[in-house]
Design a protein around this ligand. Structure first.
Ligand SMILES: Nc1nc2c(ncn2[C@@H]2O[C@H](COP(=O)(O)OP(=O)(O)OP(=O)(O)O)[C@@H](O)[C@H]2O)c(=O)[nH]1
Ligand SMILES: [Mg+2]
Length: 248
């Protein structure tokens, strides 16, 4: 019965994804899922009018929603606001994914299936069956360096620490204190993962194939990457100070 279906919100931060977002939304809506699914696109007033495009789609289908942020810009701040808005409809699960086509909706059923057992499920390129498919060698090299650096710094029981394709049980986002997160940029992905780990939530990974964006440009510049790494040092210091020390 429709009333008993579990609720899922798919939250997608976008900036200039006008060439990608419509096809992505159609693919998500076409998934054969036994869930009450809706989509929330969080756009930072993209100059390419991604927000207006999604607004038109939302007028035609009530499952599509858009939040257009007029002032602040940033992947992290957009994601946090998107999670907060998603929680207001009391969903069972919130999925986050990129709007550039790199995260394929066909993996959503596997994320949801695994979330029946685990609190946070990561779509992972680096577990058996996962792939970082057709991205340029240089881009994969950056991912390799970042991944190794982060795994060494944070000791997380996770292979794909920078994946932004994930499914959260609502309680994870409720306990994580979204208002206290300090990341405004892409480091928000790691900050949330780290907090979930410190809160002892059960984290699992399911394999995904990550494909290169088909249209539009990356927003991950070298400067942003550098800022992201600096931010990781900052929140590591803050959160490690809050971990109680074992009694001597
Ligand atoms: N709302 C909002 N979304 C953003 C912002 N920056 C990036 N995004 C979105 O966040 C997602 C990931 O950004 P990407 O530029 O694809 O970065 P990436 O996936 O790390 O890098 P590539 O896949 O190599 O391009 C995409 O859906 C972007 O449109 C931002 O400032 N505000
Ligand atoms: Mg991308």
């Amino acid at each position: 019965m429709a009333g008993q279906r579990k609720k899922v919100v798919v939250m997608i931060p976008t900036y200039n994804e006008g060439g990608n977002i419509e096809a992505l939304i159609q693919q998500i809506l076409a998934l054969p899922l036994e869930y009450d699914l809706s989509i929330l696109v969080v756009d930072d007033n993209s100059p390419d009018r991604t927000g207006e495009l999604v607004t038109r789609l939302a007028e035609k289908d009530t499952r599509v929603n858009v939040l257009i942020r007029k002032k602040r810009r940033g992947r992290g701040a957009a994601g946090i606001e998107g999670f907060k808005k998603s929680l207001s409809s009391e969903p069972d699960y919130v999925i986050e994914m990129d709007g550039d086509g790199s995260h394929q909706p066909r993996f959503i059923p596997a994320l949801l299936e695994q979330a029946r057992q685990d609190h946070l499920v990561i779509g992972s390129r680096f577990v058996k069956g996962g792939q970082d498919a057709d991205r340029p060698l240089f881009r994969r090299f950056i991912t390799f360096l970042v991944r190794n650096f982060i795994r060494r710094q944070f000791h997380l029981p996770v292979q794909d620490v920078s994946s932004g394709f994930r499914c959260f049980r609502r309680e994870v986002l409720e306990k994580i204190a979204l208002d206290d997160l300090i990341s405004t940029g892409p480091s928000v992905v790691l900050e949330i993962l780290y907090k979930a780990h410190l809160l002892n939530f059960k984290i699992a990974e399911v394999p995904i194939t990550f494909v290169d964006r088909k249209k539009g440009k990356t927003k991950l510049t070298m400067l942003k990457l550098f800022e992201t790494l600096l931010m990781t040092f900052k929140f590591k210091r803050i959160y490690q100070a809050s971990i109680p020390k074992p009694a001597a």
